[in-house]
Design a protein around this ligand. Structure first.
Ligand code: ACO
Length: 298
C-alpha cells in the first residue's frame, strides 16, 4: 500500500509483527478476552469486580463507554464501569484512577484494562504512521488488601501523571463527534514525538521512583509503553538502566497504545521474569500530550 520495507520498519522501530482485529471484531471484544484471562489468573469470579476502568482511544462507539460493554459481557450487575482517554498513556492513567478509588474505599476489586483497535483509525496511505500501530488488549486485577504485618507493601506504590495540551499537534486524530462528525485518522510528527518521549519518560520514571522513595537502581523491571525500540533504548541509556531489565514486546505487537503495557506485563509474568515482591515500573507517553509512570510491588 505504501513505499516501505520490512527492513526499514525493523531498523527504525524494532517492530517485526503486529495483530489486526478481524472484521467486525470490536475493542470491547478484545477487552473481554483480556478481562477473562486476568480474572482467571487472579482466580477471582467476575462478580467480585466492582470497578472497571478501561483505557482506550478507539472505543466501540462514541458512547456509551466500552467499559460498560465489558461489564455486561462479564455478567456483572453491580459496581461502576467507565473509560479513560489518555491515548498511549491511558493504562497509566487508568491504573492511577483505580488505585485512588481503591485507596479511598470506593471499590474493592478493580479490573484495569487497556484495549485498542488502532487499525481502524490509521491512514493506510501514510507510511510515517501506518506501519507502527496494531490492535490488542490487556488487563490487570487490582484489589484493596491490608498488608501482612511486617511484610513490604504490595501493589501500586506511586503514580505520576502529566499532560501538556500545547503539544496537541504532535499527535492527534483529525476527526471526532464535536469537531467533524467523523472518526478521523491518526496524524503524527514522528521525530518531534520521539524527542518528547525520551525527555518526558525519563523524567516520569525519576518522579515515580522519588515519590515512592525508591532509587531507580533498585527497580527490578521496567515495563514501558511499547512505541518504538529506539525510544526504549534511548530512555535506558539516559537513565543507565540495563537493557535486560527493560521488558520489550514491541517486536511482537507494534504500538498498541493503551494496550501495550498490560500486554508486556503479561509476557514478563508468564515467562517468569516478574516475580512476586519485585519492583515494577510502568511508563508511557501519548497524544495530548499525556505522560506518566507508576511504580508497583508485584
Ligand atoms: N518506510 C520507509 N521510509 C519511511 C517510512 C516508512 N514506513 N516512514 C518514513 N520514512 C522516511 C521518511 O519519509 C524520511 O525520508 P526522507 O528523508 O526522504 O524525507 C526518512 O524515512 C526518515 O524519516 P524520519 O521521520 O526522520 O524517520 P525516523 O528515523 O524518525 O523514524 C518514526 C520515524 C519511526 C516514526 C520515528 O520518528 C518514531 O518512532 N517516532 C516516535 C513516534 C511514536 O512512536 N509514536 C507513537 C505514538 S506516541 C508513543 O506511543 C510514544
Amino acid at each position: 500500500m505504501v513505499d516501505t520495507s520490512d527492513a526499514w520498519i525493523q531498523e527504525r522501530t524494532g517492530i517485526k509483527e503486529r495483530r489486526i482485529a478481524a472484521e467486525g471484531e470490536r475493542t470491547s471484544d478484545l477487552a473481554l478476552h483480556a478481562a477473562r484471562a486476568a480474572l482467571s489468573a487472579a482466580k477471582l469470579p467476575a462478580e467480585s469486580i466492582d470497578l472497571i476502568v478501561l483505557a482506550t482511544a478507539t472505543p466501540d462507539l462514541t458512547f456509551p463507554a466500552t467499559a460498560t460493554r465489558v461489564q455486561a459481557g462479564l455478567g456483572i450487575e453491580s459496581g461502576a464501569a467507565f473509560d479513560i482517554q489518555a491515548v498511549c498513556s491511558g493504562f497509566i492513567y487508568a491504573l492511577a484512577m483505580a488505585d485512588n478509588m481503591l485507596v479511598r474505599g470506593q471499590a474493592q476489586t478493580a479490573l484495569v484494562i487497556g484495549a485498542e483497535t488502532f487499525s481502524r483509525i490509521l491512514d493506510w496511505t501514510d507510511r510515517g504512521t501506518c506501519v507502527l500501530f496494531g490492535d490488542g488488549a490487556g488487563a490487570l486485577v487490582l484489589q484493596a488488601q491490608e498488608s501482612a504485618p511486617g511484610a513490604p507493601e504490595r501493589g501500586v506504590m506511586s503514580t505520576y501523571l502529566r499532560s501538556d495540551g500545547r503539544l496537541h499537534d504532535l499527535l492527534y486524530v483529525d476527526g471526532g463527534p464535536s469537531q467533524t462528525q467523523t472518526v478521523g485518522h491518526l496524524r503524527m510528527q514522528g521525530n518531534a514525538v520521539f524527542r518528547q518521549a525520551v525527555n518526558h519518560i525519563s523524567d516520569a520514571i525519576r518522579q515515580a521512583a522519588a515519590r515512592a522513595e525508591i532509587a531507580v537502581e533498585e527497580i527490578d523491571w521496567f515495563v514501558p509503553h511499547q512505541a518504538n525500540q529506539r525510544i526504549l533504548d534511548a530512555v535506558a541509556s539516559r537513565l543507565g538502566i540495563p537493557l535486560e531489565r527493560m521488558v520489550s514486546t514491541v517486536a511482537l505487537h507494534g504500538n498498541t497504545s493503551a494496550a501495550s503495557i498490560p500486554l508486556a506485563l503479561n509476557t514478563a509474568v508468564e515467562d517468569g521474569r516478574i516475580q512476586p515482591g519485585q519492583l515494577v515500573l510502568m511508563e508511557a507517553l501519548g497524544g495530548g500530550m499525556t505522560w506518566g509512570a507508576a511504580l508497583a510491588r508485584w
